[in-house]
Design a protein around this ligand. Sequence first.
Ligand code: PEP
Length: 251
Amino acid sequence: MRKLLIAANWKMYKTPTESTAFLTSFFPLVKNIETAEIVLCPAMTSLTALVDAARGKSVCVGAQTMHWLNEGAYTGETSPTMLTAIGATHVLIGHSERRQYFNETDTTVNLKLKSALAHGLVPIVCVGEHLNEREQNLTADVLNLQVSVALEGIDAAALAPLVIAYEPVWAIGTGRTATPEIAEDAHKIIRTKIASIAGSDVANATRILYGGSVKPDNARSLCCLDDIDGALVGGASLEPTSFSQIIANAT
Ligand code: PEP
């Protein structure tokens, strides 16, 4: 039985004060919080404030990215030990905006995934095809490659915490959501690939989230499907009202 996971990606929005104000408004609104794992991924500068504000509550806090090394001369980067030291528990890896604007590749995703697992961070690895790839019928090829490089050299036994987010790039921030059929089909491709690499036990235990213009009115039709284990939400997670409605509708 896979526990539903609903994650918020706040991207480059919200100061520390705005982040903790979100929580104050969010808690009275949210229902069924225990039935899902709720993860908020704020900007790096808000992590500490949000971890402190969420302490003892049923909400986890994650980072939007990290370096794979513990320390070094990498100006601007944040290491896994820095994240665990402040109480972050999850980390997004390979978000399409990181791939597009910051040169992340399947190879760096693999390094980051290994590092996150070694440090006890729950990795949420983002994969997904571009529109032109879907139009050329390349979706399965793209997903299979992204998943297989991400998992390369990782022992199946280490993969228990793995979470994958299927985020078709054409659906992110566009208001154009994948239909439940498209999403379910992609999730099956991903689960089958994980099974071929790490075995069916790992594949059946891996949570695969859908991300791409999830809103209160489409959360139920996506999250009720067999292979969809939750959502990674960008724009609609910025407001406590819409994010709490997504949780209510998805659970
Ligand atoms: C995201 O950034 O991961 C995302 C899914 O964004 P949005 O929900 O705004 O499409």
